[in-house]
Design a protein around this ligand. Structure first.
Ligand SMILES: Cc1cc2nc3c(=O)[nH]c(=O)nc-3n(C[C@H](O)[C@H](O)[C@H](O)COP(=O)(O)O)c2cc1C
Length: 319
């Protein structure tokens, strides 16, 4: 068992923050399948406090997913601190600052990975936020804008400014998702700081997760893309860590049970009524990497209701 600040984390796997994916229902589902810690999608600190409660992209939480990390983005230390304060009031357990997003939308306002260009801003943001809230503050970084020469330096600045943990997505901003994540750099950060380090990038299986811990010594392993439509990855990793045994892939029925559970969590917890698009996109994600999944997705693209989608799924399971 380890802690981030005073927050206890039982297990080693972390659901990565992912826009339009890591909604409260999906976070609860991942938690049920063993994720030790879950991140929200990024929430804007620049747009004004009404957005924090926005129907689609705001923050809401419930006991079952705890502890939860609320990830916020922006470039103004004051606005970020203000947003973090609101998130803490709304029962976030940890506040994470996005210093890794390479998207143009964030770069234009000097947010996301662009913050890494300015060491003083990195320090100002972390100290402003951590002196405003009483919960732990963390940062999720890329290795740098175009090179990894300052990754360790930045990590130390983040630690010194008051962060309680750091996530390293071991690619540069320019790389986006290209190339292979540089796990050696995660090790270098781990060796240089005393706060917990969350390793991130290219974990697609339980053996990858174990290998990342063995190579880097990171405290927790964050999983993004492989978790989309696949909460089973957390069960597989946690089981492997405990027993050394590799679990078999979920059956079709198990996959669709998880999808159906997600649908009821969506109906229970989304702050808006889920529409056809919400069901369809999840049904598509849950049929990825499944034999015959592509054909099912073609049929689902023409479905006019959730019931039609369920029917496709049921037929698919009977095959
Ligand atoms: C659809 C999608 C949305 C993402 N949104 C965010 C985000 O809101 N905040 C963030 O810090 N990273 C975001 N990321 C990056 C992931 O958190 C993670 O760092 C990245 O996918 C690398 O991990 P992986 O190799 O396990 O996928 C997103 C990634 C994907 C695929």
């Amino acid at each position: 068992m380890m802690k981030i600040g005073g927050v206890r984390i039982d297990g080693k796997t972390v659901l990565a923050p992912m826009c339009s994916v890591t909604t409260l229902p999906f976070r609860i589902l991942c938690k049920r399948y063993g994720a030790a810690l879950v991140f929200t999608e990024m929430i804007s600190a620049d747009a004004g406090s009404y957005v924090y409660y926005d129907q689609k992209h705001g923050f809401n939480t419930t006991v079952e997913e705890k502890p939860v990390v609320s990830q916020i983005f922006g470039s103004d230390p004051y606005k970020l601190a203000n947003c973090a304060y609101k998130m803490e009031e709304m029962k976030a357990d940890i506040i994470d600052i996005n210093m890794g997003c390479p998207s143009l939308k964030l770069s234009r306002s000097n947010a996301g990975a662009m913050i890494l260009k300015d060491e003083k801003l990195v320090a100002d943001i972390i100290s402003s936020v951590s002196s405003t809230v009483s919960c732990p503050v963390t940062a999720k970084i890329r290795m740098g804008i175009n090179s990894n020469k300052d990754t360790v330096k930045i990590a130390k600045i983040i630690e010194q400014a008051g962060a309680s943990a750091i996530t390293v997505h071991a690619r540069t901003m320019k790389q986006k998702y290209m190339g292979v994540a540089d796990w050696d750099m995660i090790k270098k950060v781990k060796d240089a700081v005393s706060i917990p380090v969350i390793g991130n990038g290219d974990v697609f299986s339980s053996s990858d997760a174990k290998r990342m811990i063995d190579i880097t010594g990171c405290d927790l392993v964050m999983i993004g893309r492989k978790a989309i439509g696949n909460p089973f990855i957390f069960q597989q990793c946690e089981h492997y860590f405990k027993t050394g045994e590799i679990l078999s892939e979920p059956t079709l029925n198990e996959k669709f049970e998880a999808y159906k559970t997600l649908c009821s969590l969506m109906e229970q917890y989304l702050t808006y009524k889920p529409d056809l698009k919400d069901y369809r996109i999840n049904a598509c994600w849950f049929t990825k990497h499944v034999k015959g999944g592509r054909d099912a997705r073609v049929v689902m693209a023409r479905c006019k209701s959730k019931e039609d989608i369920d029917e496709v799924i049921n037929e698919f399971c009977e095959d």
